[in-house]
Design a protein around this ligand. Structure first.
Ligand SMILES: Cc1cc2nc3c(=O)[nH]c(=O)nc-3n(C[C@H](O)[C@H](O)[C@H](O)COP(=O)(O)OP(=O)(O)OC[C@H]3O[C@@H](n4cnc5c(N)ncnc54)[C@H](O)[C@@H]3O)c2cc1C
Length: 499
């Protein structure tokens, strides 16, 4: 049994007669591919957070908008919950299926509809892979900036639903800053356009509201993204430190010097060694931490910025600063970072990736706190993250086959997120809340704020049929969790006070 999964959600949903539903779907949607046998459903039981698993009632694989529309209408009439899924790379259990709900897989909506170099936008279906957009735009000297490390696999629909980030989001913004428009279907199957082709549109900013809504407000059916010109040059500096805290301090000092790097990433020793073993990126395996700092733009500016950043790094205590000598080395440096998660997967039977955001100046304190929690809980933690954004990704290493390790991993993960909130940060930077962080929402928001989230949800989906049980906790759950609302600067957990 999966102890991380909260069965109350499925338990509270009304029973669905699978046979009758299957019959109705086949009658109304004769050409829709529907999976219903246990062995076909099993591969869909989890997303990238594999500690949470539920076999869905049915899986549907539509290819046309009208099919999704009919499906939603039918589910709405029958009160059947629907969970959308893109590529299933999510790390917070957002696409975790329901035993009493349909899993709506949007992966076959994988066409790039238009690349418009004059207007600098691309119109794509939601199942298109993130990287495929930049590849399609490349012949025009353009690219799509948000670049999650999973970009080779994750879908743009999933990126919109999670407001995904990536290495380049420090300078170029998250998904929400790089969208012009999304087409959605409501829970009743109505077509809506959020945003516009212009930079702004009147009325409430529903595009921003929808971005990051984790499949709870509607189904994304088309996305218009902004494309940016590729920078003339990009150079990357690799700085090594003997202390993790010094590396954390250097991050804040680079930004304080008025420089906004294209990317500013940090890895600690455990992550460095794992990545080096896997990718042979040329990382110093004896360093306590490294920073990768990319500067991009026109040649003269990049040259000056490299010199300024190198000086700041030196003053901050870097023992060595190397400029990638050519494009091949730059790509290798980034390959180590982008493959750090799978690399950590090679040194531990299981790992649990957390995602919290903190003010940059708090990096040294929080990194120290994580290290102390790691000792206290007896689990190794590797840190590899978007340091410039203050977006932490502690990877907690554990072995699910050893009794108690999964529970300890979950407990330390919760403590790390609460520490992030306590220093003025938030429980997610880019991976979303999903099922995973629903309890920590109670620490981040007060009951009035959570009530407002429910009101927004009800405005789009009064019956609560889209992805129920994710993202917004019930007030009852918060009362049970017993840790309502951590104020910035206030540490309600005695054991965190030492940080
Ligand atoms: C190795 C690795 C590295 C990662 N690195 C990053 C990173 O750097 N930055 C980052 O932000 N994330 C990262 N992620 C997390 C993940 O890739 C992102 O959250 C991504 O946006 C999920 O896209 P997906 O297509 O896989 O969505 P899924 O996992 O399938 O779904 C995610 C959420 O989106 C909803 N959804 C999916 N499609 C639709 C749709 N068409 N309409 C409405 N809702 C929909 C689902 O219901 C769910 O709530 C990483 C994951 C892995 C495994």
């Amino acid at each position: 049994m999966n102890i991380l999964y909260d069965e109350r959600v499925d338990g509270a949903l009304p029973d669905v007669d699978r046979g009758a539903l299957l019959q109705a779907l086949r009658a109304d949607l004769p050409d829709l591919e529907i999976l219903h046998r246990e062995e076909d459903l099993k591969p869909y039981e989890c997303d990238g957070l594999s500690a949470y698993r539920t076999v869905p009632l049915l899986v549907v694989l539509p290819e046309r908008l009208e099919q999704v529309q009919t499906l939603l209408r039918l589910c709405h009439q029958r009160g059947v919950p629907v969970v959308a899924r893109g590529a299933g790379t999510g790390l917070s259990g957002g696409a975790l299926p329901l035993a009493k709900g349909i899993l709506l897989v949007m992966a076959r909506f994988n066409r790039i509809l238009e690349v418009n170099p004059q207007g600098r936008f691309a119109r794509v279906q939601p199942g298109v892979r993130n990287l495929a957009i930049s590849q399609a735009a490349a012949p025009h000297g353009l690219y799509y900036a948000p670049d999650p490390s999973s970009q080779i696999a994750c879908s743009i629909g999933g990126n919109v639903a999670e407001n995904a980030g990536g290495v380049h989001c420090l300078k170029y913004g998250l998904t929400v800053h790089n969208l012009l428009k999304v087409e959605i279907l409501t829970v009743e199957g109505e077509r809506l356009t959020l945003g516009s082709d212009a930079l702004d549109s009147p009325g409430f900013d529903l595009l921003a509201l929808f971005t990051g809504s984790e499949g709870m407000l509607g189904i994304v059916t088309e996305v218009t993204v902004k494309l940016l010109p590729k920078p003339q040059v990009a150079r990357v500096l690799l700085a090594s430190f003997d202390s993790v805290e010094d590396a954390g301090r250097a991050v804040a000092e680079i930004i304080a010097a008025g420089i906004i790097p294209g990317g500013l990433e940090m890895m600690d020793n455990l992550a460095i060694r794992a990545a080096e073993d896997f990718i042979h990126a040329g990382y110093p395996v004896d360093a306590a931490a490294i920073l990768l700092c990319e500067l991009d733009g026109v040649e003269a500016d990049v040259h000056d910025d490299c010199e300024r950043v190198a000086a700041v790094l030196g003053q901050a205590g870097a023992r060595d600063v190397r400029l990638a000598c050519d494009e091949a080395e730059r790509v290798r440096f980034w390959a180590g970072r982008k493959n750090a998660f799978p690399a950590v997967g090679r040194i531990s039977p299981d790992y649990y990736c957390m995602d919290g955001t903190i003010p940059r100046r708090e990096l040294p304190r929080v990194l120290k706190g994580i290290s102390e929690l790691s000792d206290e809980y007896g689990l190794r933690v590797a840190n590899v993250f978007h340091a410039g954004d203050g977006n932490m990704h502690p990877l907690i290493l554990f072995d699910a086959n050893l009794p108690g390790e999964l529970e300890r991993a979950e407990a330390i993960g919760g403590k790390i997120l609460e520490l992030c909130v306590a220093v003025g940060g938030s429980i997610t930077g880019e991976h979303g809340v999903g099922r995973e962080k629903i309890n920590q929402m109670c620490a981040q928001f007060n009951s009035d704020e959570i009530t407002l989230f429910h009101a927004v949800k009800a405005a789009f989906d009064p019956q609560g049929l889209l992805n129920p049980g994710k993202n917004i906790p019930t007030l009852h759950r918060c009362a049970e969790f017993g840790a309502m609302h951590v104020h910035h600067g206030q540490l309600p957990f005695p054991e965190l006070e030492r940080f």
